[in-house]
Design a binder for this molecule. Structure first.
Ligand SMILES: C[S@@+](CC[C@H](N)C(=O)[O-])C[C@H]1O[C@@H](n2cnc3c(N)ncnc32)[C@H](O)[C@@H]1O
Length: 280
């Protein structure tokens, strides 16, 4: 199973008492606009989870659950909800084990691959916050999600997509390589919003919506990439892949080659129930 280089400093910090559990961009779409990074991250979690419309008794799957930030939020804002977290990282799941279910909730943690996971029951809701770009195949994962949702069930997530925009071709390729070196795996970086919508529709989803929050997330880099350091300065220091990746991501975002999207889609109520695969 996969461990991610960019999680190493965070896992160390958590073991030394750092309380943050959200590993994603911040969302600055509200007043006051000067949110701290962690408040803006929580704001994105709230935005995504509220779009799920979770109700009592529902089964919710968090795919690529990180160190449990979204599950923690659901656990503390809903009652009688059955949460399953799937992650391909053993070390991150170890941190998730600290979560204590409250208010009739349950939390089930599973080591698994987002494109191949098995499930005994369907889910009412699936959330996938800032993880799809890491998966071997977005299409396979979306097909898997479709099968894992009950008819009428909803998927909500976020994704990061790149298009070349006005960046000279060689620079674009170098930026993506730098990004992949520090923040990878990132198998299919180039995808447009329209292509993502088409992919979801092709998998059978209806009510597909992709809302760009590209501008509202751009302040993230003020907290993750050092001011004044350019991506090509950072990459000359080969020993610092995380610094290079942070600066490359900032450059792609500032050059309008990055789209940050909030995605939602529903499995049609009328879709025939697929035979469920048994857990192995
Ligand atoms: C940017 S982090 C987001 C974590 C979490 N969703 C959050 O918002 O805090 C991406 C997550 O996807 C997980 N991941 C990457 N590839 C995966 C795969 N193939 N199957 C399951 N999880 C995966 C990583 O381990 C990591 O936890």
């Amino acid at each position: 199973m996969t461990e991610f280089l960019y999680f190493e400093p965070l896992l160390d910090a958590i073991r030394n008492g750092y309380p943050g559990r959200d590993v994603h961009f911040g969302l600055w779409n509200c007043n006051p606009p000067n949110l701290t990074f962690s408040a803006a991250q929580e704001n994105l979690t709230r935005e995504v989870v509220s779009r799920l419309g979770i109700t009592k008794g529902e089964r919710v799957l968090d795919l690529g659950c990180g160190v449990g930030g979204t599950m923690k939020w659901i656990n503390s804002h809903f009652t009688n909800v059955h949460i399953t977290g799937i992650n391909s990282s053993i070390q991150q799941l170890e941190i998730c084990k600290e979560l204590v279910p409250i208010a009739g909730n349950s939390i089930d943690l599973r080591l698994g691959d987002a494109c191949k996971f098995k499930h005994e029951q369907t889910f009412d809701k699936i959330v996938c916050l800032e993880a799809m770009f890491h998966f071997d195949s977005r299409r396979e994962c979306l097909q898997r999600m479709y099968t894992a949702l009950r008819p009428g069930g909803t998927f909500v997530g976020t994704d990061i997509l790149f298009t070349r925009g006005n960046i000279p071709e060689g620079d674009f390729d170098d930026l993506i390589k730098t990004l992949q070196f520090g923040y990878g795996p990132w198998p299919q970086p180039e995808l447009s919003v329209d292509e993502l919508v088409a992919m979801l529709s092709c998998c059978g989803f209806i009510d597909v919506s992709c809302t760009e929050v590209t501008k509202e997330t751009i302040s993230t880099h003020e907290f993750t990439a050092p001011r004044g350091l350019a991506w090509d300065d950072a990459t000359t220091k080969d020993s610092e892949p995380l610094l290079g990746a942070a600066c490359a991501l900032r450059t792609l975002h500032h050059q309008k080659a990055l789209s940050y999207v909030l995605v939602s889609a529903t499995r049609p109520v009328s879709s025939s129930a697929e035979p469920m695969e048994l857990q192995v």
